[in-house]
Write a protein that binds this ligand. Structure first.
Ligand SMILES: [Zn+2]
Ligand SMILES: [Zn+2]
Length: 543
């Protein structure tokens, strides 16, 4: 190094030091919380987080009414009336002050949903319509009250006062915090992969995990991350969801046993990540503390129910049409959409010529909360094992897709979100990959405009799990979007157009499956099969 180089290096080092000293006071001069805007309140769970009535409309459809076929029973407007009634049971639960509100299995609002459905079955003329109660084997976790605060400290800037994260929602299993409040320093663990956690000391700290709902909490890679953080010594976890607005979320895959683990919405999560980063940069991370409060109890001895009704066929052999009646918050897509289509299809098939097989409609006790509806149904009806031909599940059938938007979000992670004009694409599952059933599904996008993936497969997630012991073919389409298991899954997110497309396609699917040779339903992948006409004449009755 020459003398000139040395002098230059010293000058640069001195300049850097001056800049470093200047950073501290300047950061504080920016105001409270290092100049970070404090998060807004909770997004109103009675209102949509997204705009669903902007410049464009959802993709329209053209379905002709066929004379004498009672097609009007499957009109979008008729289905949306039922959809509103079903979501209404959730809002009654909210108004009643339920903390985990919605149509949570075994709660009064859920039981009312089942009773309403069975009454609709009866009015439609279904036979042997009944509410079938069953004892719930496990206890139900019921949180009573909670609060998550980020403690204010004047060192973070003038006027920094404590911020309550209003979207914080406790996750199932969290026990009452002894002494009422847990206060601990914070550690940000990224997405809590092994790579993120390597060398990090979580002991005695509250870990903040960034959760990417890809495409929803259902598929998120961060499932189980909260539990892993607690195993490594964290005393609590905040799962910060990358999501629009500041919504409530609940999903047991982000819980961590009895430790207090919460999910926060997009804007609370963004704030938390910002102030952790800025506090660390200012050398003040050890002063950043979070306080958690939680009281919860376990309720046992509960009763849940399935609702059933029949359209008798020429044969006793059955096609079961299932939709789970339970759901969290409004549960607009999950699963008021499927239940509304179930009720519409029950009315429709009650008016059609007698089917070959008996159609059994099931509003199931579902799987949100303790007690599995389909498992209880299978246990209560041993005859299903020998006389079931096919199970069709209606779950999350229509939901406007939420996509990343056109500008960077000022107080949330990444780009803003927008709503698209099409339904979110749904995964089609046929457990035995029957070529006939897979071919019938090809009519869904082609003739009915239903948005699906380009391929079908044998996987069927959701409510069908409990039916597995029957060992019969099962089929469905399902999707879990951005607002899955959140207060953003609202009535408005399910377009009349989408729900009608789903209902008309399923009426076609059930009619065709009913008429087909039974062996073709049971025939697995690779069985010889000659598809019917490839145009939409068969589906839409047009010449
Ligand atoms: Zn669900
Ligand atoms: Zn569901």
């Amino acid at each position: 190094m020459t003398g000139v180089d040395r002098r230059l290096a010293r000058t640069l080092a001195a300049a850097a030091m001056v800049a470093a000293i200047a950073t501290g006071p300047r950061a504080q001069e920016k105001g409270a919380w290092f100049g970070t805007p404090v998060p807004p309140p909770l997004s109103d769970p009675r209102q949509p987080v997204m705009k669903y009535d902007d410049v464009f409309e959802p993709v329209p459809f053209q379905f002709a009414h066929r004379p004498g076929r009672f097609d009007e029973l499957l009109d979008g407007a008729a289905l949306k009336r039922d959809h509103q009634r079903i979501v209404g049971f959730s809002l009654e639960s909210l108004n009643a002050g339920d903390k985990v509100w919605g149509r949570r299995a075994a709660t009064p609002s859920f039981m009312q949903t089942i009773e309403w459905t069975v009454n609709e079955f009866k009015s439609a003329g279904l036979k042997n319509a009944a509410v079938e109660s069953f004892a719930v084997p496990a206890a139900m976790w019921v949180p009573q009250s909670w609060k998550v605060e980020v403690a204010g400290d004047p060192a973070f800037g003038a006027g920094t006062s404590t911020v309550t994260l209003q979207s914080a929602f406790p996750q199932p299993g969290g026990a009452t915090i002894a002494g009422g409040t847990l206060t601990a320093p914070v550690v940000f663990v990224g997405r809590a992969t092994e790579a993120d956690l390597a060398g990090r000391d979580l002991k005695g700290k509250i870990a903040v995990v960034r959760v990417r709902p890809e495409p929803s909490l259902f598929g998120s890679a961060e499932q189980g991350a909260a539990a892993r953080a607690v195993e490594r010594g964290a005393v609590g976890v905040i799962n910060a969801i990358e999501g629009p607005g500041n919504a409530l979320y609940i999903d047991p895959r982000f819980a961590c046993g009895k430790a207090p683990c919460f999910i926060v919405g997009g804007q609370d999560g963004w704030f938390l990540e910002q102030v952790i980063g800025k506090a660390a940069t200012a050398g003040l991370l050890d002063r950043l503390k979070i306080s958690m409060q939680l009281s919860a109890e376990e309720k046992s001895g509960l009763t849940s129910a399935n609702g059933i009704g029949f359209v008798p066929g020429a044969s006793d052999k059955r096609i079961i049409i299932n939709a789970h009646a339970d759901g969290y918050f409004q549960g607009g897509d999950d699963n008021a959409s499927g239940l509304a289509v179930l009720v519409g299809l029950a009315r429709y098939f009650a008016k059609q010529p007698q089917p070959k097989h008996t159609l059994m409609f099931v509003a199931s006790g579902g799987h949100h909360g303790p007690g599995n509806g389909p498992s209880a149904l299978v246990a209560a009806h041993p005859e299903l094992k020998s006389n079931t031909l096919l199970i069709v599940n209606l779950e999350h059938v229509a939901y406007l897709d939420i996509v990343r938007g056109k500008t960077r979000a000022p107080n949330n992670t990444g780009m803003t979100w927008e709503t698209s004009v099409t339904d979110a694409a749904k995964a089609v599952g046929v457990t035995n990959e029957s070529p006939l059933l897979v071919d019938l599904w090809s009519y869904a996008p082609r003739c009915f405009g239903v948005a699906t993936y380009l391929s079908a497969g044998p996987t069927v997630s959701g409510d069908l799990g409990g039916y597995r012991p029957l060992g019969v073919p099962m089929t469905q389409m399902i999707q879990s979007g951005t607002f899955y298991h959140s207060s953003g899954d609202v009535f408005e997110a399910v377009p009349a157009e989408g729900i009608e497309r789903a209902a008309r396609f399923h009426a076609f699917l059930i009619e065709q499956a009913d008429r087909a040779p039974e062996a073709m339903i049971a025939a697995g992948k690779g069985s010889p099969y000659k598809p019917a006409a490839s145009d939409c004449t068969l589906a839409l009755g047009k010449k």
